[in-house]
Design a protein around this ligand. Structure first.
Ligand SMILES: Nc1ncnc2c1ncn2[C@@H]1O[C@H](COP(=O)(O)OP(=O)(O)O)[C@@H](O)[C@H]1O
Ligand SMILES: [Mg+2]
Length: 254
């Protein structure tokens, strides 16, 4: 179980995140919702070791990982699938996958690649293709596959459906569900709230850098989430409840 408690993260003097708490259980998907700029990416990146939190704790199966760097987090079985997928465009599909498994022996990597291919047949078909030539949906599958190469217990996903065609969004969400069903804890930020709610078990809502609501998906139907987010949900086109996700985001992150 991944447990994030009372996370505070700043960029210099700017307190982007001040009081974010989230949980993700093995075999479950926790969906993180919130307006553009609410602090979702900052929170995920701090949990995954790309920013050092000012305070708060990150624990995986009771082991305190707070403030560890990203490569250490990967060793402790937690991995981030970043916003925008960030596959290496000039490397082939299989080369991208090998990078995700850099810790393991050659034989172990080969075995894990076969598992990834069986989960994502399209990656097997495209194994020799440069990742930059894949469609957005295929690149997202590759980003998932690369994350799975480290055999994680917890996967953090930042807006996996961003920029994808509507038909591809459901395919990607189905894959997210399947990843969780294999016993992995998934913590997913997703602007497409409807698509996310369709596969999530738990929901956490972040407003202006703080967790304001957490509960089972059944209690987080559109009306409930809208009520929790209040006026922001009605006024802010970036929240994404029942709306198409907006491109870009303009969060100024690296
Ligand atoms: N590298 C950065 N430097 C300074 N401020 C940042 C940086 N990245 C994000 N922010 C600010 O932190 C807040 C949270 O951003 P972010 O975590 O990207 O939100 P979200 O992912 O929910 O859209 C925003 O106000 C954003 O402008
Ligand atoms: Mg973001």
């Amino acid at each position: 179980m991944l447990e994030v408690d009372d996370l505070h993260v700043s960029y210099g003097a700017v307190n982007a995140v001040h009081g974010v708490s989230m949980r993700a259980e093995p075999g479950k998907v926790t969906l993180v919702l919130g307006a553009n700029g609410a602090g979702k990416t900052t929170s995920l990146r701090a949990v995954a070791g790309f920013h050092r939190p000012r305070s708060g704790t990150v624990q995986l199966d009771g082991v305190d990982l707070t403030g560890k760097r990203a490569h250490v987090m990967v060793r402790h079985s937690m991995v981030l699938v970043p916003e925008g997928r960030r596959v290496f465009p000039t490397l082939t599909v299989v080369e991208n996958l090998r990078i995700g498994g850099y810790r393991a022996s050659r034989a172990q990597v080969d075995e894990t690649i076969e598992e990834v291919y069986s989960q994502f047949p399209i990656l097997s078909e495209r194994r020799g293709t440069a990742a930059g030539l894949l469609s957005g949906g295929e690149q997202q599958m590759l980003a998932f596959g690369r994350a799975l190469m480290s055999q994680p217990k917890a996967i953090l996903m930042d807006e996996p459906s961003m920029g994808l065609a509507p038909t591809m969004v459901d395919t990607v969400m189905t894959k997210v569900r399947q990843i969780a069903d294999r016993g992995i804890a998934v913590l997913m930020v997703e602007q497409n709230a409807d698509a996310g709610l369709a596969i999530a078990d738990e929901v956490s809502v972040i407003t202006r850098g703080r967790t304001v609501w957490t509960g089972p998906t059944a209690d987080a139907d559109r009306a409930a989430v809208r009520a929790v987010l209040g006026d922001a949900a009605l006024d802010d086109p970036d929240i994404g409840i029942g709306r198409e996700p907006t491109a870009g985001g303009g969060t100024g992150e690296r």
